[in-house]
Design a protein around this ligand. Structure first.
Ligand code: HEC
Ligand code: HEC
Ligand code: HEC
Ligand code: HEC
Ligand code: HEC
Ligand code: HEC
Ligand code: HEC
Ligand code: HEC
Length: 332
């Protein structure tokens, strides 16, 4: 068996060489058909400097030109993804204007967009940080973590992770451990953990709440002693609602409050809720001012605690009394 493999090797190498001679362009990373949980994908492209005179990446109707340098053959660039399927084209042309193209198809998933929750079968989850894959990058990038446990970087650009991952904290509201580049406070191997991306140097733990509670211990004490816990929290997926790194919404929510809740509770979009059974009009759940939260509009969390409560239906009121809830906003 192994003898056959060795025998085939030179033929394989030879045929790859021929291919490289014809196509002066190759996508080294990503390997294609991968599923992403973040809105950025890093491309590493090999372009033959003697031939390629122009180079760009196209995604979602947008072009990202790459500046070429003499004799340089490796180019790296992160591009933004849209939810769902992204067809990405790397385009090059030579001095005669002849074009060359390589394509890569990637999928961007989201736990709170029903239609993008699960990628189609052909898109696989993947781990980038394995020994083999890091080997090539090592020539130019420092692949070792220089993080001191619990000590924020004074200058985050000094983190060895920053150069390749800077986009991950670029959104307006950033989570403290991420914006301080304490990445391994969440991405590390615990002795008894079960992981997504288990073969990565920087895995993601399945029951992420364990990791959240390491720092949010007070919340754990507060929420777990309540009678009722919201199901997605109870199963440990804080990251269903919160982006662990950063987001353009307060508290790094994945969507604005009302949209977040209604992405799972579709039946509440119509607003048939609270008092609809005995009145012609529905109780407003959005688009009007919330008297109990100055400066904010009504939303689901005007009446519900998103995490836990002593009241049935997780009402945001002392005790278990719905009438007490009404009096938060309706005096008399
Ligand atoms: C030949 C040297 C070289 C190799 C090999 C290399 N890189 Fe890079 N990479 C660079 C340089 C130089 C930059 C900075 C580019 C700049 O700032 O314009 C960079 C930047 C990046 C960026 C940031 C791009 C952006 O748009 O923010 C990513 C991501 C990246 N590299 C990933 C990788 C990965 C993954 C590998 C291994 C598969 C790799 N690189 C291998 C030289 C290299
Ligand atoms: C040479 C560039 C490079 C450097 C340096 C780098 N990463 Fe990555 N990392 C990547 C790429 C490429 C991916 C795949 C996802 C993507 O395209 O952004 C990735 C993925 C990840 C993932 C998802 C799990 C996985 O293995 O796919 C985590 C977590 C991560 N990186 C953390 C880190 C941390 C922490 C550091 C610093 C110690 C770091 N990275 C340094 C390029 C880099
Ligand atoms: C508070 C915990 C936490 C911190 C801190 C954190 N991460 Fe993550 N990270 C996660 C979780 C959870 C996921 C799984 C995907 C998700 O929930 O969005 C993830 C996923 C990722 C991914 C994979 C995204 C993909 O496309 O599949 C990358 C890359 C990553 N993290 C890089 C980093 C880097 C770099 C840092 C430091 C700046 C960092 N993370 C800090 C919790 C964290
Ligand atoms: C390494 C410590 C650490 C870990 C792990 C951690 N956090 Fe945090 N988190 C902080 C710090 C520090 C703050 C900012 C201070 C504060 O408001 O508590 C913060 C703030 C927050 C806030 C905003 C609080 C506010 O009132 O504005 C949210 C939401 C949050 N974290 C959610 C999470 C989630 C979800 C996880 C798990 C995926 C997590 N955190 C894991 C340290 C951590
Ligand atoms: C169903 C969605 C959802 C889940 C799941 C969820 N959160 Fe939240 N979280 C929210 C919303 C919405 C807010 C904003 C509340 C507000 O502004 O009053 C919030 C606020 C927070 C805050 C800051 C405000 C506060 O209440 O102290 C922290 C810290 C936090 N969440 C941590 C977590 C942790 C840790 C988990 C997992 C154990 C988790 N969250 C799971 C939706 C969620
Ligand atoms: C990721 C999906 C998801 C998101 C996002 C979500 N929920 Fe839920 N919620 C559930 C599930 C699952 C249940 C339990 C099954 C059920 O009753 O539908 C539940 C139950 C509830 C209940 C009923 C609890 C009971 O005791 O009967 C309330 C109230 C609730 N959610 C409010 C909210 C609010 C408010 C938000 C926004 C902050 C929200 N949910 C966001 C999945 C979600
Ligand atoms: C004005 C206060 C108020 C607002 C705003 C509100 N709710 Fe409720 N919600 C209630 C009350 C009161 C109950 C309890 C009804 C009962 O037990 O019969 C309830 C019950 C629920 C339940 C459990 C029973 C059921 O009907 O399925 C869910 C789930 C729920 N709400 C989700 C939401 C979501 C999602 C939003 C935002 C779109 C929202 N609520 C906005 C007051 C409110
Ligand atoms: C977080 C604040 C808040 C809570 C809690 C609340 N409401 Fe309201 N309610 C409002 C607002 C805002 C309006 C709209 C007032 C307006 O249109 O000017 C409203 C309107 C109403 C109306 C009039 C609806 C219409 O036809 O215009 C009724 C009846 C009502 N609420 C009953 C209740 C009951 C019963 C409860 C407790 C189960 C409750 N509300 C809890 C904020 C709240």
């Amino acid at each position: 068996m192994s003898r056959i493999k060795y025998f085939l090797m030179p033929i394989l190498l030879f045929s790859l060489n021929v291919f490289a001679g014809e196509m002066p362009l190759k996508i080294l990373q990503p390997s294609g058909k991968q599923a992403y949980q973040n809105g950025w994908a890093s491309f590493v492209i090999k372009a033959e400097p003697k031939i390629v005179k122009e180079l760009k990446i196209e995604v979602g109707g947008q072009g990202y030109p790459i500046e070429l340098k003499e004799e340089k053959d490796i180019y790296c660039k992160s591009v933004p993804l849209s939810l769902g399927i992204n067809m990405i084209t790397v385009k090059a042309s030579d001095k005669n204007g002849t074009g060359y193209e390589q394509k890569s198809e990637l999928y961007f998933t989201s736990p709170v967009h029903k239609e993008f929750k699960y990628p189609p079968m052909e898109f696989a989850d993947f781990s980038f940080h394995t020994k083999e894959q890091e080997k090539f990058c090592q020539e130019c990038h420092n692949m070792v973590s220089n993080e001191k446990k619990g000590v924020a970087f004074e200058d985050v650009t000094q983190s060895n992770c920053y150069g390749c991952h800077k986009q991950i904290t670029s959104e307006k509201f950033g989570h403290a451990p991420a914006v301080n580049w304490l990445c391994t406070s969440c991405h590390n191997h615990e002795p008894d953990g079960r992981y997504i991306k288990a073969d990565s140097k920087y895995p993601v733990i399945k029951e992420i709440n364990k990791q959240c509670y390491l720092c949010h211990e007070k919340k754990r004490k507060l929420w777990l002693k309540k009678k009722y816990q919201h199901e997605p929290m109870d199963v440990g997926r804080c990251n269903k609602c919160h982006n662990p790194h950063a987001s353009s919404y307060e508290k790094f929510l994945r969507k604005p409050e009302w949209e977040l809740c209604t992405s799972c509770h579709l039946d509440k979009i119509e607003g048939k809720h609270v008092i609809s059974s005995f009145r012609k009009n529905d109780h407003p759940t959005h688009n009007v001012k919330d008297p109990s939260r100055p400066g904010k509009n009504m939303s689901c969390i005007s009446c519900h605690n998103p995490h836990a409560s002593d009241s049935r239906s997780m009402l945001d009121a002392e005790g278990t009394n719905a009438i007490k809830l009404c009096s938060k906003c309706h005096k008399k």
